[in-house]
Ligand binder design. Structure first.
Ligand code: HEC
Length: 126
């Protein structure tokens, strides 16, 4: 029990710091429109394969920019400018959902739709 205390405390501090940065960034960023009411004008339903760069950029700015840079150039996290060439869409999706390697998971933070929007957008970066 005791030997887990310090590492545990450190981890908790790291998580807390990440959350702080994350929330202060979100607060700074005026949300670029209601994500709920984004009518993608797809009357036919299905085929959400199109890249909604505008929506994706807005989500990126408030959630990812701090670590991946304003131009996807990277920073604390790797550059994402050509991530679509290096990673499959499924892998990008998994990385955003589960995080890992220093990146927080966005499973509970972003909606499935937001994650799908980001994934499609990043997968198109080749
Ligand atoms: C707290 C910093 C942080 C935030 C916020 C963050 N990331 Fe990351 N991200 C990282 C780190 C660090 C890695 C490297 C993980 C590894 O090497 O396993 C990474 C890796 C990735 C990768 C894989 C890239 C590669 O070449 O391996 C993708 C894709 C990615 N992030 C997308 C996103 C998206 C999209 C968001 C916003 C929803 C986001 N990240 C938010 C830190 C962050």
């Amino acid at each position: 029990m005791r030997k887990w205390f310090m590492p545990g405390l450190l981890t908790a501090c790291c998580l807390f710091a990440i959350l702080l940065v994350y929330f202060s960034l979100r607060a700074d960023e005026p949300s670029t429109g209601p994500s709920e009411a984004a009518p993608s004008a797809s009357a036919s339903g299905e085929a959400p394969a199109t890249v909604d760069a505008e929506a994706a950029t807005a989500i990126y700015k408030s959630n990812c920019l701090a670590c991946h840079g304003d131009q996807l150039q990277g920073g604390m996290g790797p550059a994402l400018t050509k991530v679509g060439a290096d990673m499959s869409e499924a892998d990008i999706h998994k990385q955003i959902l589960n995080g890992g390697g220093g990146m927080p998971a966005f499973k509970g933070t972003l909606t499935d739709e937001q994650i799908a929007t980001l994934t499609a957008w990043l997968a198109s970066k080749k």
